[in-house]
Design a protein around this ligand. Structure first.
Ligand code: GLA
Length: 412
């Protein structure tokens, strides 16, 4: 008997040790990273002569860093200011190192990182696992160690590593692994943002257990656009694949549904609320891509909303999932620390006006979220106390077309 118990204990200890190595062990991204990334809003603007305020240049990042520090973004938790594609000169330098375009980044990335750090922010940069980036600039293939060392020597804090232009799937996987190890070897803390599963998926089911050992977050699906159809397609894809992707997310490794486009041109108010609410439910990295120098007070209120950010950043680190879909309503929940739940009701009907959705509270938390009773607090579209409910009662919410009501449910 004692021997059997000891054997069981050994198996449990071995299982715990294996679980401990499952996430990339760099101590970073214990909650989903937050920041700003230039791509969706500023794309590959390289013509600073005719578009000096919007081209991809050090000026853009300096101005954005100033606003992030001065206007409450940093204090709300948006920590990284990230450069995407198109920052490079078309060729490497005489030592084979990547170099910034000298016209658009005359001070160089090291100086930019110093400036960003002086504002209490962190700097992200971009490269690609293949021969060229998606926009055709030099890629990191065959240069993983050198590029990791270069980024570390510049003081970079995050690397977005894209997956264009790899010759084979084996090279793609090997490149993602090698860059992760190369970043670790630099000794600098550098968050590693991957697109590995997105480039793999058309041909092969990604091995998320492995991906999580190498990456802090990873894109699964197409680039976000500034439109409702794009947000909707990301949510639909996530719900469809939730059985394979939700369980893998947690402190150190997150599914990345791509940038927040709130504050741009394509989303209505209700759709912006939906993106913010659902990115919190999905435990998504929150990288805004917008122009923080010109943003409406409403978008700023939503993006800096403390209650929704607290849900996104919940320390339990569990990703939410869809519970049910009924009459074009979707009901989602995310388990939070303290036995609480975030609950989202999304109205997918794109005709008519606000509609009521009534659901029994036993649907939440496998029947345990509201047991024996719970208090319900509405977070979005506006903060509101909804009162206390008993286990056997139903909750009714009114939701605008393409909008979402986000609630926090706490057992009492
Ligand atoms: C890919 C990525 C985008 C962006 C562009 C840059 O499409 O998915 O997020 O980085 O490349 O070229």
């Amino acid at each position: 008997m004692a021997a059997a118990m000891a054997a069981v204990r050994w198996v449990l200890l071995a299982a715990a040790a294996m679980a401990a190595v499952l996430a990339l062990d760099n101590g970073l991204a214990r909650t989903p990273p937050m920041g700003w990334l230039h791509w969706e809003r500023f794309l590959c603007g390289t013509d600073c002569g005719s578009d000096p305020h919007r081209c991809v240049s050090e000026r853009l990042f300096v101005e954005m860093a100033d606003v992030m520090a001065a206007e409450g973004w940093r204090d709300a938790g948006y920590e990284f200011i990230c450069i995407d594609d198109c920052w490079m000169a078309p060729t490497r330098d005489e030592h084979g190192r990547l170099q910034a375009d000298p016209k658009r980044f005359p001070s160089g990335i090291r100086k930019l990182a110093d400036y960003v750090h002086s504002k209490g922010l962190k700097l992200g940069i971009y490269s690609d696992v293949g021969n060229k980036t998606c926009a055709g600039f030099p890629g990191s293939y065959n240069h993983y160690d050198l590029d990791a060392q270069t980024f570390a020597s510049w003081g970079v804090d995050l690397l977005k590593f894209d997956g264009c232009n790899s010759d084979t799937l084996e090279l793609l996987a090997e490149g993602y692994r090698r860059m992760s190890l190369a970043l670790n070897r630099t000794g600098r803390s550098i968050v590693y943002s991957c697109e590995w599963p997105f480039y793999l998926r058309p041909v092969k089911q990604p091995n998320y257990t492995e991906i999580k050992q190498y990456c802090n977050h990873w894109r699964n699906f197409f680039d976000v656009y500034d439109s409702w159809s794009s947000i909707k397609s990301i949510l639909d894809w996530t719900a469809l694949h939730q059985d394979s992707i939700v369980k893998i997310a947690g402190p150190g490794g997150w599914n990345d549904p791509d940038m927040l486009v709130i504050g741009n041109f394509g989303l209505s108010w209700d759709q912006a609320v939906t993106q913010m609410a659902m990115w919190a439910i999905m435990a998504a990295p929150l990288f805004m891509s917008n122009d923080l120098r010109h943003i409406s007070p409403e978008a700023k209120w939503l993006l800096q909303n403390k209650e929704v950010i607290a849900i996104n950043q919940d320390p339990l680190g569990k990703q939410g999932y869809q519970i049910t879909k009924d009459k074009n309503f979707e009901l989602w929940e995310r388990p939070l620390s303290g036995q609480a739940y975030a609950v989202a009701v999304l109205n997918q009907q794109e005709i008519g006006g606000p509609r009521n959705f009534t659901f029994p509270l036993t649907l939440l938390g496998n029947g345990l979220a509201c047991n024996p009773a719970c208090s319900v607090w509405q977070v979005l579209p506006a903060s509101r106390d909804c009162g206390v409910y008993s286990w056997v009662s139903s909750l009714s919410v009114e939701v605008n077309p393409t909008g979402t009501v986000l609630l926090k449910v706490m057992a009492v």
